[in-house]
Design a protein. Structure first.
Length: 316
């Protein structure tokens, strides 16, 4: 049987505490997989997203000790979406896995994912959270609400609780890379390209070490990114709101006339019309801003260092 390469992509941002634990676990799982399937080979591609701790130093050490460990280090922090894109673009495998370094995406599921995809029945195997144990209740409420909203206003269905942890065929990866947009929302892109996907239900797990850099505000902005990227419903919403405000303005005018309070009608009209204008301009400006970023065609990320560049620099 011909050799098959599995590329494991791991976006990293300030992961110095968890990297040793992750390395130990991923090597254990990959070793078990190669024992069972001798034709399999692995490469581990870490994307250092401008970390401020010793993440890059650790990745340099790993790459020197084991040639299977590769890394791409950004010139600054570009965000996880850029990290996943860089991983996909720089991966060489017949199969590609995306997973986090914090062990919230258990490497032990990789053999099961491989069986699903290699059978030919599925093009992708991913994980889906069925519980949000340990997550703040407010955050859980907004997360569930996001999936309900986006699945009602978008033609692309996004599975509730779907994670970025994915095991994909090269064909699916190539389809994802064929979408070159600057404003990326990978959960939506994974769904938009289609392909047969098997979801494995998992429970929410805590980080193995270190602290998460995600907070409510970042998650909220990320959810807006998804809505604006995969739906034009907010533009239609501005029309609906304008109609409702128009009706409300008429009601206020009638009340003002009946009660001989003309000043109330003036105040109502000014507030309603001003609020409507601001709302519509705000929605439209978001789409204009997204278009502006696309038209500028800036690179999604800039590479500052790779294991190959580092070796050449040391040899000089």
């Amino acid at each position: 049987m011909e050799k098959e390469l599995i590329s494991v992509i791991v976006p990293c941002y300030n992961e110095q505490e968890v990297l040793p634990l992750f390395r130990e676990e991923i090597l254990r799982v990959s070793s078990e997989m190669t024992e069972k399937h001798p034709h399999l080979e692995f490469e581990f591609l870490f994307i250092n997203d401008g970390s401020r701790d010793k993440t890059l130093e650790i990745l340099r050490e790993y790459s020197e000790q084991d040639s299977r460990f590769r890394y791409v280090s950004f010139s600054r922090n570009f965000g996880k979406e850029a990290g996943m894109l860089a991983g996909l673009e720089n991966s060489k495998g017949d199969y590609v896995v995306i997973m986090d370094a914090d062990l919230q995406h258990p490497p032990k599921l990789m053999p099961q994912m491989y069986e699903y995809v290699s059978s030919g029945e599925y093009d992708c195997a991913g994980t889906r959270r069925v519980t949000r144990k340990g997550e703040p209740k407010l955050l859980s409420f907004f997360s569930r609400s996001f999936y309900k909203v986006i699945n009602k206003i978008s033609q692309t269905y996004i599975v509730d609780g779907a994670q970025d942890y994915r095991f994909m065929t090269r064909q699916m990866v190539d389809a994802i890379l064929a979408m070159p947009e600057y404003n990326r929302f990978s959960k939506g892109i994974f769904s938009w390209v289609g392909f047969r996907t098997k979801y494995i239900e998992v429970e929410n797990t805590e980080r193995a070490a270190g602290k998460t850099t995600w907070n409510f505000w970042k998650l909220f902005m990320y959810s807006l990114e998804g809505i604006f990227a995969f739906s034009t419903a907010p533009l239609a919403l501005s029309v609906v709101v304008s109609m409702l405000l128009f009706v409300l303005a008429i009601v206020f005018i009638i009340i003002a006339v009946v009660n001989s309070a003309e000043y109330l009608a003036i105040i109502a009209m000014v507030c309603l019309v001003g609020g409507l204008n601001l709302f519509c301009m705000g929605v439209q400006s978001q789409y204009i801003a997204k278009t502006y970023m696309e038209v500028k065609d800036r690179p999604r990320y800039i590479i500052g260092e790779t294991e190959e560049l580092y070796k050449k620099r040391k040899e000089r």
